[in-house]
Ligand binder design. Structure first.
Ligand code: UDP
Ligand code: MG
Length: 317
């Protein structure tokens, strides 16, 4: 790798931050505790903070660190673009032979790094991913819906999306280049990791609570995120729409035959408009639902076609 000794490798640590002023220096300290262990494996660190349009002192804290240590880098966005955009920016900025994604809140323990690196260097894996063992400590309703979501999406999508998988992931340059070759605007990273493939080792660990700052997720955001995932990695809802259409056509056909036969045989004038009103409301409801599903895909297509940049940089070093 550039300018390093023959056997030295560079590890890029990417940390997306949104209002994490307390965590930026804390993360730095905790990460550097692994420096010696990594040096033993001839690995140097570069640390890339992505400031996702923070409104607090995050940028100032990153600049402070930079003054002490020029291995610290930053890409600062012009506004909040979301974690997925942060990940993409970090992967683009990274120079490393190995690249790892970590949260600023230390829910991704840096102490796992030497194990992850060993899996790539000694066991020949292309990437090492992590998942939480349990959903302990999570609100009951939230884990219920999370489980349903993973079951559903794995049934209707050809891409494997692992339940409880975190974004804490170490990858080789080849994997990162593959991810960067996917320039889509709607980035559902959990699906993208599965889609690119490569040999992946899974490590599990107990969920660690965030100690400083607050989580950026609430139930509604998670729900929209789940919908994004389904739209980005499955077209099953579209097939579902076609099947419903087909069922209703068949049903209508059977009803028509039934009514004609009844009228011819019994001379019964078709009576009863309440049933008619019910049928019309039902069918128009189903039509609107199906139109809505098609509309969801169209709105995603609209955003892709506009081809807007995934993020805008305000400052970078
Ligand atoms: N994050 C971000 N942009 C956002 C929201 C979150 O860069 O719009 C970062 C955040 O600073 C943290 C990581 O993504 O480093 C995970 O966020 P959080 O801890 O809120 O999520 P959780 O761990 O609760 O899933
Ligand atoms: Mg967190």
């Amino acid at each position: 790798m550039i300018g390093l000794g023959i056997d030295m490798k560079l590890l890029s640590v990417i940390v997306p931050c949104y209002n994490e002023e307390e965590n930026v220096p804390y993360f730095y300290e905790e990460l550097m505790k692994q420096e010696a262990a990594l040096l033993e494996r001839d690995i140097l660190i570069e640390l890339i903070y992505i400031d996702d349009g923070s409104k607090d002192g995050t940028v100032a804290e990153i600049k402070n660190l930079r003054e002490k240590d020029d291995r610290v880098h930053m890409v600062s966005f012009s506004r909040n673009f979301g974690k997925e955009a942060g990940i993409y920016a970090g992967l683009k900025k990274a120079n490393g032979d190995l690249i790892v994604l970590m949260d600023a809140d230390l829910q991704d323990p840096p102490s796992l790094l030497p194990t992850m690196v060993a899996a790539v260097l000694d066991e020949g894996y292309d990437s090492v991913a992590t998942r939480r063992e349990t959903r302990k400590g999570e609100p009951v309703i939230r884990s219920f819906f999370a489980r349903r979501f993973y079951r559903l999406i794995n049934r209707i999508s050809g891409t494997e999306i692992v339940d409880g998988a975190r974004d804490y992931r170490l990858m080789t340059r080849a994997v990162v280049d593959a991810i960067l070759s996917m320039p889509e605007y709607n980035r559902f990273t959990k699906g993208i990791f599965g889609w690119v493939g490569f040999k992946t080792k899974w490590l599990s660990y107990e969920n660690i609570e965030r100690t400083k700052g607050v989580t950026k997720w609430n139930f509604w955001k998670l729900f929209l995120y789940a919908l994004d995932g389904i739209l980005a990695f499955s077209t099953a809802p579209l097939a579902f729409v076609s099947v419903i259409g087909l069922i209703f056509c068949l049903l209508a056909f059977v009803l028509i035959v039934f009514i004609i036969v009844r009228t011819v045989v019994f001379g019964d004038p078709t009576s009863g408009w309440p049933s008619l009103v019910c049928i019309i409301s039902l069918i128009s409801g189903v039509q609107l639902l199906c139109l809505g599903i098609v509309g969801q895909y169209m709105s995603k297509m609209y955003m892709e076609v506009k081809n807007r940049p995934i993020y805008l940089t305000k400052e970078e070093f």
